[in-house]
Ligand binder design. Structure first.
Ligand code: PMP
Length: 530
């Protein structure tokens, strides 16, 4: 069947910041494509000749896509393909002399040279194919979303704010009330006020006064200034609350964003880390189609700008990621990149491209993500099992009561009559939701049960508990919740009542020790013994 043409995205140019409207295309960068024509003597660019680069080759040994064994049921076929050969590769300085497809060659003379700010073409093409046809399953509803490589999501979000937000026009941004501080600070330091929205175990909440609908409906432009036109959200493995937003909730939020003309900035470093979805090792198609889909798959308008990163799928130090979304916004981000970062590091792009395009290929990359997901799920289970086991303490209160002695006919005491009254009480020390995705567990500590709690000093108790956990004996470092308040008010009012525990960063055995230490530490701190 012929493909049904998709509609063009709507005009969103009124969302652009004054800065983004002033960008002009760099004359020099527009010449790059001519420089790539074989045989063209490039006297235009201020480029050093590659023979002056000190690097001749770049070699690496990488894991195979099926490196991680899994405890999930594995079929015989999967066992057969799970023979693990490490992947070695070398990136040469120049392309092979008789290359059949020079456009896909990866070599240092190109990768380490100034190049297109969208990204190294061979990597950009791979990522476009991955994002459009695999990650989002061919479901992006509008025609030709654009993709640009970034230096990770921090870079991507920062650039998005540059081109979409303007404090002088009173721009504000909606965010989950507990949010990733990097994003909060990126907005706040520009004078873009954050408007906190309620969050539950799934993610951003629609209903209620503090839900998105309530906030938008009760917004009074004369009282509150312009209604926010940006919504920042982490929808898979929300940082710190670990929810995964259902499609139903996505549709409700998307409809509200259409009604109030809001651009959605979907920051998704943990997209592939969704839990409790697989009982056996899925094949690649099942893996991709079982994950909850992104906002971009319901984005008929082109109002979703999506940020992906290699930080959690390869390594944070790669500083590499991408943005996919409305061509107008991506084009403005490209112009901004020309003036700031140019392209992400050529060495990293070459290394990642060589691994993905020439070594693993698309199916290997998806298998890698799928098995990596399973590794994280197993760590999440380790932490949650210990946290669950340590979350209550059973208090036994003994009380002596004297009853009449029981004496036999010879006068011997059969029963002294001293009885102990046993009273059992189960106390909860903290509570948490099992993560639906991501890398974190968000723990609400019941500081209220501490005998020194006087109704006012909860913060001090939490601070002292944090210090106790970090001490010599327990060596368990957790992140205080106030690091995740989307505003000062949320920080003051409630974020400090929580700790965020990350199950990703330490070895499995150390994770076990630390998670038991956490439960024991809280118990000791509250001076509660079973
Ligand atoms: N967004 C969120 C929600 C994160 O949790 C993180 C990393 N902790 C980032 C962005 C940073 O991503 P990157 O390394 O790609 O800049």
């Amino acid at each position: 069947l012929p493909a049904v043409p998709r509609p063009k995205p709507i005009d969103i140019s009124h969302h652009l910041s004054p800065l983004a409207r002033r960008f002009k295309q760099s004359k020099l960068h527009s010449l790059y494509k001519y420089g790539a024509i074989p045989g063209m003597a490039n006297l235009a660019g201020g480029m050093p000749h590659p023979s002056f680069f000190p690097f001749d080759t770049l070699s690496a040994t990488a894991l195979t896509p099926n490196h991680f064994t899994t405890t999930l049921h594995t079929t015989f076929l999967q066992l057969l393909v799970s023979i693990k050969k490490p992947s070695h590769f070398t990136i040469p300085k120049f392309p092979p002399p008789n290359s059949s497809d020079p456009s896909t060659d990866i070599y240092l003379a190109r990768a380490l040279q100034y190049g297109p700010c969208e990204g190294l073409p061979v990597l950009l093409e791979f990522i476009k194919d991955f994002a459009v046809n695999y990650q989002h399953q061919g479901k992006i509803p509008y025609d030709s979303p654009s993709v640009i490589m970034t230096s990770g999501n921090t870079d991507g979000f920062n650039k998005a704010l540059e081109v979409l937000a303007d404090p002088y026009r009173g721009d504000k941004i909606l965010m989950e009330k507990f949010a990733y501080k990097g994003a909060v600070n990126t907005a706040a330091c520009r004078g873009i006020d954050v408007v906190p929205v309620d969050v539950d175990k799934e993610g951003m909440v629609v209903e209620g006064d503090d839900g998105l609908q309530g906030i938008l409906e009760s917004w009074d432009v004369r009282r509150d200034g312009p209604r926010p036109h940006l919504l920042y959200t982490v929808t898979m493995g929300q940082n710190p609350t670990a929810g995964v937003l259902s499609v139903k909730r996505r549709r409700q939020i998307y409809a509200l964003c259409q009604k109030y003309d809001i651009i959605i900035l979907e920051d998704d470093p943990y997209w592939f880390l969704q839990y409790d979805r697989f009982t056996e090792v899925p094949d690649n198609d099942t893996f991709l189609s079982t994950l909850v889909p992104s906002y971009i798959t319901i984005d008929t308008d082109g109002r979703v700008l999506r940020f992906d990163t290699f930080s959690k799928t390869m390594a944070p130090g790669c500083r590499l990621g991408w943005i996919i979304g409305h061509p107008t916004i991506v084009d403005r981000i490209l112009r901004l990149s020309e003036l700031t970062t140019q392209m992400p590091s050529g060495a990293t792009q070459a290394l990642v491209a060589k691994l993905l395009v020439h070594t693993w290929s698309m199916s290997g990359w998806i298998t890698w993500l799928s098995l990596l997901r399973h590794q994280y799920e197993s760590r999440m289970n380790t932490l949650c099992i210990s946290l669950e086991a340590g979350k209550t303490v059973t208090m036994i209160h003994l009380k002596n009561i004297r009853l009449k002695e029981i004496v036999d006919q010879d006068g011997n005491v059969i029963d002294s009559g001293k009885y102990s009254l046993v009273h059992k009480a189960v106390k909860e020390l903290y509570e948490f939701e099992r993560p639906m995705g991501g890398m974190f567990v968000w723990v609400r500590v019941y500081f209220e049960i501490h005998r020194l709690y006087d109704g006012m000093n909860g913060r001090e108790i939490m601070k002292a508990l944090w210090e106790y956990l970090t001490g010599e004996e327990l060596r368990c470092l957790v992140c205080p919740g106030q690091a995740f308040g989307a505003t000062d008010e949320i920080e003051e009012r409630e974020a400090w009542k929580y700790f965020r525990l990350c199950f990703a960063a330490v070895e499995e055995t150390e994770l076990k020790r630390a998670s038991v230490a956490f439960g024991n530490g809280v118990k000791e701190f509250f001076e509660l013994q079973e």
